[in-house]
Structures are given as structure tokens and as C-alpha cells.
Design a protein around this ligand. Sequence first.
Ligand code: C2E
Ligand code: MG
Ligand code: MG
Ligand code: MG
Length: 292
Amino acid sequence: QAKKDARGGYKLANTTESTEAQDRLVLGSALRDSLSKGMLNLHYQPQIEAITGKIYGVEALSRWNHPTLGNIFPSRFIAVAEETGQIEAIGRWSLEKACRQITRWDRDGVRIPVVAVNLSAGHFRNRSLVPMIDGLLKKYNLAPERLTVEITESVMMDESEETMNVLSSIRKLGVGLSMDDFGTGFSSLSRLTRLPLTEIKIDRSFIMNLEHDANAQAVTTAVIGIGNRLGMTVVTEGVETEAQYSLLQALHCDVLQGYLFAKPMSATDLEAWARKPHDFLKTTSENHTQKD
Ligand code: C2E
Ligand code: MG
Ligand code: MG
Ligand code: MG
């Protein structure tokens, strides 16, 4: 149905919406195709222990480079996967790939203590998640502490019995449970105490403004304090500068992740990275005494 637009030209009504829907269809079927052909990849970003400067673990992040559509950001294709019913397949794929990778690193003598895998809200309404994770731990003969599941506040907001059961069953397996992007959603602090979390990740938006924004600093300080008191590991994501590192160290943040240390990289690159000595701790204190 054609109608006249403001500039006097003609266009089809709802063009934007139908283009979006079409995009989603195209991306959705391309994703299905890539997933079935094993053309998705996992990259790994190091997480650093603030006190020792040593590697704490890695976060696994999905990557999709399509032969004709090019590189598609995870924020885009994860949303498409959720909308087109493929998110559970992606979860199964990433959990399996991560577990297999841990055994390879172990075999090759590379010390990666724990791998964190991102899962979307959709997984937690499904009972099959827990036996699936249990099965993978057995198949790859992994101690449960080697695996952490990252969930967002949207999962935490779902107070249904089903979701709560799945969360506590995952904890009972001994697998870590991390609340990702904390501070961006609407979950209350009291909810933190009622959930079986082992870890809390403060969102990058707070870290970005840490040095110049008193509010961001107040929130970060408070969340680190509460996380520590509740016996959780506190992780900050998006650490990009030495100044942020020093500040977070002073605030007793446990684990740091961000471009300052390393970007997400392929399993092979991560292995090479982990074999090289990194003295992040020394670097910061030197900068402190020399420049500042
Ligand atoms: P996330 O789980 O919060 O992951 C952290 C994101 O921050 C990653 O983006 C990472 O590359 C980026 N990042 C890390 N350090 C820095 C930094 O210092 N500066 C900046 N600017 N960015 C940094 P990425 O890989 O694009 O992933 C985006 C989001 O997509 C993830 O956010 C996660 O929510 C989702 N995602 C990625 N892979 C998967 C997956 O396999 N399954 C699910 N369900 N979600 C995934
Ligand atoms: Mg994450
Ligand atoms: Mg995050
Ligand atoms: Mg984030």
C-alpha cells in the first residue's frame, strides 16, 4: 500500500517494520544453517585476579562470521536466536564447546581454572538444562568448579518456581552461578541474598564512569561491599585503564576483565596468551610511582 511521505515521495507503508521482520527471517535461517554446519565460534576473554594479577578464568563469547553476511555482533544474533527459537541450541553448543576446550587446555598444560558461559533467560524455563550440564561434566570428566554459568538480571527477575528450581539445581551440581551486567536491570539488592549466586559482575557502564562520576563510584563501592559480605566473587567488566584498575583494586574488587588485560580471542590465541608471562600487578604499581 503506497502512501505519500513528508518529502513528497512514495513509499510502502510499514516499510521499516517489514524490512526488520525480513532481516530477522534472513538472519534467523542463516543462523540455523551456520549452527548446523558448525560455523559459529567461541572466543575467550581472560579474567584477572586483582590481588595476584594472575588468570582467574575466561569468559566464553560467541562469534559469528557469515561467509556473505559478514561479521554479526553477538548482541544482534543472540537477539535473533531468542526470537527464532534457537537460543537453546546455541546454549547447548556453547556449553559443549567450552567443556571440550577445558579438557584440551588441560591436556596441553595451559592453566585455565574456570570458563564462564553466557546463557539467556529462555534456558531456565526448561528442565533439560540441568541434566544437560550434568551430562557434559561427566562426559568430559570435569570438576563442576571449572564451569560457571552467567545469567542476566532478566533471569533473576523471573521468580517462577521453575526458574528458581533450575538455578538451585545448577548450584547443587557445584557449577558457579554468576549474575551478569549487574546494575542495569531492576533486581533489588535483597534478591541477591535469596539467589544461589557465587559471583556478581558489575556492568561496564559503571566502570566506564568510575573515575569521573561520584555516583558510579558509590554504586560500585556498595556492590563490591555487599558481594564480599555475601561471600560472592565480585567481577568487574570493561576495565580499560590503569586508573580504573588501581581504583578497583583499592575497592577490593576480586576479579577484573577488560581490554586493559586482553580482548576476547580464539582458543589458540588464548592458549598462547596464557603461556606468556603477564605481570599486570607490577605494571600498575610502576605506573603509580613513576607517572602519577
Ligand atoms: P556480556 O556477557 O556482558 O559480555 C561482555 C561484553 O563486553 C563482550 O561483548 C566483550 O567483548 C565486551 N568487553 C569486554 N571487555 C571490554 C572492554 O574493556 N571494553 C568494551 N568496550 N567492551 C568490553 P560481546 O562479545 O560483543 O558480547 C555482547 C553480549 O552478547 C554479551 O555481553 C552477552 O550478553 C551476549 N553474548 C555473547 N555470547 C553469548 C552466548 O554465547 N550466549 C548468550 N546467551 N549471550 C551471549
Ligand atoms: Mg557475560
Ligand atoms: Mg557482562
Ligand atoms: Mg555487559
